[in-house]
Ligand binder design. Sequence first.
Ligand code: ATP
Ligand code: MG
Length: 174
Amino acid sequence: MRFRRLKLSGFKSFVEPAELRIEPGLTGVVGPNGCGKSNLLEAIRWVMGESSPKSLRGGGMEDVIFAGTATRPPRDFAEVILSAHDSAGEELEVVRRIERGAGSAYRINGRDARQKDVALVFADAATGAHSPALVSQGRIAAVINARPAERRAMLEEAAGIAGLHVRRRDAEQK
Ligand code: ATP
Ligand code: MG
């Protein structure tokens, strides 16, 4: 899978619609403290189905919506669109949108989808919201300080078997 484009609107500090083209050769995003570098990475995790507000540095999921500043009113919604080529080279577009009081909604290639559909799209490609390829600021220390069960979950993700757990949970619910 190859990510191609990230569009954000009302997500955290990205109040105005913004687009990041992820082209071959992109190796870094630089900018002063607080300019939104980590928010970009969190937007990628969020659109891939992240369900823990805490791992997005928030208290509740609505904290990802632009909260307003002294000069700008808050927004009512946040939306992130991730465009990619999937492992078969096909176009993939995943949209996640959250509205105040209404929760999150997902779309995959224009169709309504559930969080677990989105999680499955990414689970097998080792690109999930918690994949070892997405290491948040402070995460190295978290691995070192984790309890054994937590560390095991991280290692399973790294070994690429987390997708199997998603499927097993899915099967157990049926
Ligand atoms: P550093 O170099 O310190 O790691 P960074 O570039 O990673 O900085 P971020 O942590 O991505 O910066 O951005 C932090 C900024 O995002 C802060 O100014 C914070 O106020 C703003 N921010 C986070 N959530 C929201 C929100 N819901 N609404 C408005 N602004 C937000
Ligand atoms: Mg940061």
